[in-house]
Ligand binder design. Sequence first.
Ligand SMILES: C[S@@+](CC[C@H](N)C(=O)[O-])C[C@H]1O[C@@H](n2cnc3c(N)ncnc32)[C@H](O)[C@@H]1O
Length: 320
Amino acid sequence: MKRPLNLSEEELQQLAKEKVENDVKRQKLGLSKNQYKKLLRQQKHEETKDEYRKSKKEKRKAAKERAQQKAETDRKENEKKPGRLSPSQQLPTGVRCLVDCEFDDLMTEREIRSLSLQITRMYSAMRTCKYNVGLEVSPVDKNLKKQFDTKVPQHKAWKNITMDSKPISQIIEESGKVEDFVYFTADTDEVIEELEEGKTYIIGGIVDKNRHKDLCVKKAKELGLKVGKLPIGKYIQISGRQVLATSHVYEICCKWFEYKDWGKAFHEVLPQRKLEGKVRKRVNRDVNDVVDEAVESEGNTAEYEDEDQDQENAESLTAN
Ligand SMILES: C[S@@+](CC[C@H](N)C(=O)[O-])C[C@H]1O[C@@H](n2cnc3c(N)ncnc32)[C@H](O)[C@@H]1O
């Protein structure tokens, strides 16, 4: 018999004795060696199963407690970060912004991508703002929906934002209060001095390098809506027509509530070169052209940096 390591003579004798006893038992039962081994295993299982179940239960309980502790730590961490505010932690404004995305057919693939990143940026601004400025995006369908579903799938976990498929005419009709809607547009002399409680401000959800001039103002008139522009001229200098990007308009509204000062809001949201009217290559060019041309060009422009930031935001907003 092969001598197992580290066993005393006495232990060896005990083992040999057990083996003989086992052989006798096995023969009495008329079982083969394998059948007998199986029987022993079953017996051992029966003897230890209560203990095994108890230890499994304890392990499960410990894992659950660890998961609960982690969730609590994450929750506290999230509370510390700006950008993770729930409406109950924000101050009410009674103001909502509705991004009108019914211009899907008028945009290139790249412009759709840019718009999706702008909406991501708006979502981020909505979650970080000390004030609750409601955000609704509609209709998210066709190419914009495809873009969100494939490139920003985490939007499905976004909270406190409405992303619907209704055209804005339906939203207005369903509210029964057309007088509570104001369409933001740069193409009017009507200046909005302050944002009013109970109003919904519509922002054109389009990136069009101003190919479609007066698009939103015409739509607003067709829908019988009031229109208004931000008081840009009073506070900042911008060359050409004072057309801003969709996301900037929403971010400015959020900042206006924080400062109650348009100048501060413009300065905080708009890039410095826009504020100074410093446009690249050509002067007297439309601000929106600058935004869109920068997005179009292959260079490492500030707008591309904005887009990269938006992409990062999109990725980090998974469960927010
Ligand atoms: C890129 S612009 C769209 C330009 C488009 N050609 C149009 O007809 O409005 C995106 C949206 O931001 C809003 N916007 C841009 N500049 C604005 C301004 N100076 N005042 C108020 N809203 C503005 C408008 O709602 C506009 O539709």
